[in-house]
Design a protein around this ligand. Structure first.
Ligand SMILES: [Zn+2]
Length: 158
């Protein structure tokens, strides 16, 4: 009896493990590495190319009349064109990982630039005030940093 139970447990475990491999039509997770809709489009494109090749073969072997071949291939090529357009559109929406990396690098550079610019603006006046105090050679009034004329007597200072 326990052998049967063990067997079914084993079977159940096997089903659970293998289940993900048997649902290709399952709704796609947004974070999936490969876009299943894009894969489906690739498959469709390949099928259409294959059908075009087969039509050519059928024409060569006389299974298709040139008119039928023309009609079929025109239809297949039109379908293939729309599939290719859909592929282009979907591929354009995909952001390759290296682009992600580039964008992140750009953001980091911008952030660096911003944090680098801030201390420059802060340290410029700070460095001026930290410099040696200057006094007017005429009246001895203490000068503000950057003063070119004495604020008290108006004498030119260096
Ligand atoms: Zn002065």
């Amino acid at each position: 009896m326990w052998i049967i139970i063990a067997f079914f447990l084993f079977l159940l475990a096997g089903i659970i493990v293998l289940l993900p491999f048997f649902k290709p039509s399952a709704p796609s997770a947004p974070d999936e590495a490969v876009d299943p809709k894009l894969l489906a489009l690739y498959t469709r494109r390949d099928q259409l190319y294959q059908a075009i090749r087969e039509a050519k073969f059928d024409l060569d072997t006389g299974k298709l009349s040139p008119e039928d071949y023309e009609r079929q291939v025109t239809r297949l090529k039109r379908q293939a064109a729309s599939v290719l357009k859909a592929i282009d559109k979907r591929e354009a929406n995909l952001v390759p990982p290296e682009w992600d990396e580039q964008i992140e690098e750009q953001v980091r550079a911008e952030r660096r630039g911003r944090t680098a610019a801030r201390p420059v603006m802060v340290t410029a006046p700070a460095a001026a005030t930290a410099g040696p105090a200057r006094y007017c050679p005429q009246c001895g009034t203490r000068l503000n940093p950057g003063d070119r004329f004495c604020p008290a007597c108006g004498a030119r200072v260096h």
